[in-house]
Design a protein around this ligand. Structure first.
Ligand SMILES: NC(=O)c1ccc[n+]([C@@H]2O[C@H](COP(=O)([O-])OP(=O)(O)OC[C@H]3O[C@@H](n4cnc5c(N)ncnc54)[C@H](OP(=O)(O)O)[C@@H]3O)[C@@H](O)[C@H]2O)c1
Length: 252
């Protein structure tokens, strides 16, 4: 695999002091591409031990080889987060590797299906809501004892501006991200007493395989134009910008 998201960090290796995650443990879902890949590099570059997952074993193994070459402490697990049993197996593996303590959970894995609302099938609904919302919520529940045991837990959900603004052809995606926004606030209230902080980042357009595929299939053009006209919010950025934003939440 081409190292397209090559680490452009100026901190190859671990940063010390205020900007260090040395000794911390992290699970980043969907780390083989895009924002997840950049997040793994960000956290591992700051010294954290990172666990990640994705469905495609070959891609995941290629990523792990790149990270090991860079000296990062990253392990990976092949699983489909759509399935409850696979989420449970993943969290069991994380608990074993990190001795029952997890400092950081980044619920990053997500998918988008572009269709007119009237054309969405029950399967589309299950895939989008299951991957984007159900998996993040369930993983957070499963991670709760590990986050609490760490005495300094952090959960970050990947929301989107689509969770705040109306976009055509991605109504299920927008709904899944809107649900994440509300869930983030509720969990933050419930878990603050356990020293677990819960936040969400809501990026605009970040150039990742998710967006590249949509552009290739000419699924994004109309949405982009409408959004630019309506809100002037959209920007094309690279995954690293997003992972830097997450660093801010983790090191506050
Ligand atoms: N890119 C943007 O412009 C943008 C903007 C706002 C929010 N976001 C959000 O940011 C997150 C990451 O987006 P991205 O653009 O980086 O996406 P991406 O390039 O498509 O990468 C998604 C990652 O998630 C994994 N994944 C997807 N479904 C999975 C499943 N069922 N089980 C396990 N792993 C799964 C993928 O690997 P496999 O395919 O091998 O499973 C891949 O590693 C998503 O939640 C997305 O909604 C993205």
């Amino acid at each position: 695999m081409e190292d397209s998201n090559a680490n452009k960090n100026d901190n190859n290796g671990e940063e010390e002091g205020r900007w260090s995650l040395k000794g911390k443990t992290a699970l980043v879902t969907g780390g083989s591409k895009g924002i997840g890949y950049a997040t793994v590099e960000e956290l591992a570059g700051l010294g954290a031990k990172v666990y990640t997952c994705s469905r495609n074993e070959k891609e995941l193994q290629e990523c792990l080889a790149i990270w090991r070459n860079k000296g990062f402490k990253v392990e990976g697990y092949v699983c489909d987060l759509l399935l409850r049993t696979e989420r449970e197996n993943l969290m069991r593996a994380v608990g074993d590797v990190f001795n029952g303590k997890l400092n950081i959970l980044v619920n990053n894995a997500g998918v988008v299906i572009h269709k007119e609302s009237k054309d969405f099938t029950a399967e589309d609904h299950n895939i989008v809501m299951g991957t984007n919302f159900d998996a993040g919520f369930h993983l957070s529940q499963l991670a709760y004892p590990l986050l609490k045991a760490s005495e300094n837990g952090n959960v970050i959900f990947l929301s989107s501006i689509a969770g705040f603004s109306a976009l055509p052809s991605v109504s299920l995606y927008c709904a899944s991200k809107g649900a994440i926004n509300q869930m983030t606030k509720s969990l933050a209230c419930e878990w603050a007493k356990d020293n677990i902080r819960v936040n969400a980042v809501a990026p605009g357009v970040i150039m990742t395989p998710l967006i590249e595929t949509a552009i290739k299939r000419q699924q994004l053009t109309q949405a982009r134009i409408l959004l630019i006209r309506a809100h002037r919010l959209i920007f094309l950025d690279e995954p690293r910008t997003c992972s830097r934003g997450q660093r801010f939440y983790l090191l506050l």
